[in-house]
Design a protein around this ligand. Structure first.
Ligand SMILES: [Zn+2]
Length: 346
């Protein structure tokens, strides 16, 4: 895909999207025509720093890809059920930190986790738009092996988009839903492998303009907490689900993620015959994995960008259910559960 891309027209985008459109890219996306004219503060320096940090982290944790083949049955999520969860989550409407719909969604998630081991990471975020309550929800599914595989997905939608009818079906909806379906798959048995922790993260989105201090509220807090209490050392791998339900899903290869973990995810995708949906594009991404990458945790951002031609559905009122496909949830869901199996064997 060497075609020239137009500049984004919507001002309220994550700056990493502007990076995607503005920086010269390696691999498949070789050129873009965007001059970053509406991008506001330039992210390139920060992007370079983030990449440098992640490369350092990646080097520190470099591990060869598992050579042991997985002879077990291929995992299969219930994609129709995951799609229905996405529909129900989206139906709550705008779900920014602290509003009524957000509270209802918190209850909806916790209600789905009855009988599971659930913990909360609650705090107040002091932002440029005032104080917001932030509630990360953690469900723990124990395993016999010593160590944790963490799977994260944000459930908040954007505060700045609260009055435009923005419902975040893909961005916020799909990540919430796939974690609910993962919980269904993990429930009711002690795993033979590592413990799996599912984390519905809050405050992923910026309240005004994406920056190091206005974004990732929930995960910045959680990473610090887990660093202090020793949890981070036990995490074997961390994977972030974000915007994974759009039709004909195309997961980016994120240059801020840990290379061996990305390779392992691709191995898992190949086992399901899904490899054509992975890594056609390559670029650095800023997402909920970054606070963990910066602390040396092997981490991967599993995200589909751009969302619609020229990313037209991203952070717009057009991020609605009709853009999504259960097949995409199936591809990503099965691949990530197979990745968990491959991690168990390491
Ligand atoms: Zn978003």
């Amino acid at each position: 895909m060497n075609a020239t891309k137009a500049c984004p027209r919507v001002p309220l985008r994550r700056w990493w999207l502007r990076v995607l459109l503005a920086l010269p890219l390696t691999a498949s996306l070789t050129t873009t025509g965007c001059t970053n004219s509406n991008a506001g503060p330039t992210p390139s320096t920060a992007a370079a720093a983030a990449v440098a940090k992640s490369e350092a982290a990646a080097d520190a944790t470099a591990v060869p890809v598992a050579s042991v083949p997985d002879n077990g049955p291929l995992p299969h999520i219930d994609a129709k059920r995951a799609f229905e969860y996405t529909r129900q989550v989206t139906a709550f409407g705008p779900r920014y930190m602290g509003n009524d719909a957000h509270k209802k969604l918190e209850r909806y998630i916790v209600d789905h986790l009855k009988g599971d081991q659930v913990e909360n990471d609650d705090f107040t975020a002091d932002t440029v738009e005032g104080k917001f309550p932030v509630h990360n929800i953690i469900a723990k599914f124990p395993g016999k092996k010593d160590g944790i595989i963490a799977i994260l997905g944000h459930y908040d939608t954007n505060y700045p988009l609260r009055n435009i009818g923005y419902v975040g079906a893909n961005d916020g909806g799909s990540s919430t839903a796939i974690l609910l379906e993962f919980a269904n798959q993990l429930r009711g048995k002690i795993r033979d492998g590592y413990s799996v922790w599912l984390v519905w993260t809050d405050g992923e989105e910026a309240v005004k303009n994406w920056s190091d201090t206005d974004s990732l509220y929930g995960t910045r807090h959680l990473a610090e907490k887990w660093e202090k209490d020793g949890t981070l050392k036990k995490i074997k791998a961390l994977m972030v689900m974000d915007m994974i339900a759009a039709q004909d899903v195309n997961i980016l290869r994120d240059n801020n993620s840990t290379p061996w973990l990305l390779d392992l995810i691709r191995s898992a995708a190949e086992r399901g015959g899904y490899q054509s949906h992975f890594y056609a594009l390559e670029t650095p991404m800023e997402d909920d994995h970054l606070p963990f990458v910066k602390r040396g945790v092997p981490s991967a951002d599993v995200i589909d960008m751009p969302y619609g031609y020229n990313d037209v559905f991203h952070h717009t009122a057009q991020d609605t259910m009709d853009k999504l496909d259960p097949r995409s949830l199936e591809i990503v869901g099965n691949t990530i559960l197979e990745t968990v199996h491959l991690l168990d064997q390491r």
